[in-house]
Ligand binder design. Sequence first.
Ligand code: GLN
Length: 221
Amino acid sequence: MNDNSSVGSGDPGRVRDRAFVRIGVLALQGAFREHRAALERSGAVVVEVRRPEHLVGLEGLVIPGGESSTIVKLMRSYGLDSAITAFAAAGGAVWGTCAGAIVVATHIDAFPDQPRLGLIDVAVARNAYGRQVASFEAAVAVVGWDQPFRAVFIRAPRITSIGPGVEVLARHAGDPVAVTSGTITATVFHPELGGDDRWHAAFVQRCADVAQARGSVAPST
Ligand code: GLN
């Protein structure tokens, strides 16, 4: 499940499966349009999720960047917090990016009472990359990828600690900036900006694996 070696290249059979993968993008606030475009370029059928019923039939969900406290507030008012928790518990893949990484974390430093989904055992500090460098780009090496990824950090959270089952996929200046555990992924940068769709392709592949495990996609012959 955590094997990213097929990212980028991918064999044709696996790519064919992607046409059957349905992925939601939480569309309450923030950078959801760019995620939609990158997922579609990567072969997924994309659904904008604004209500719990929109999660039905999806293999994966992206929680985009934006403002984490606003996203969670809106999520709660539509009952999407419990719906997404149930979606993840049923094996759906969830990927939180930037503010979305804060939403999926178990702990938020200095904001212990900010509601969150607690889907991946990490602690994050909001807006932690310093006042004068609130936004920057950096090339990060990613586990299993030949070429580094040019990551855009916009008032990004810092991952300050990770639990035992959490795998680090990329680091910047020693800190984890992309982590995964089971079917949950968190990236603190904005992978939808910059035109490099490798993270989206990897998520589509992960969702194809979810679909295949559930038997909702016939294996390639
Ligand atoms: N600083 C924002 C927050 O705390 C996240 C920024 C982003 O998503 N680009 O929610």
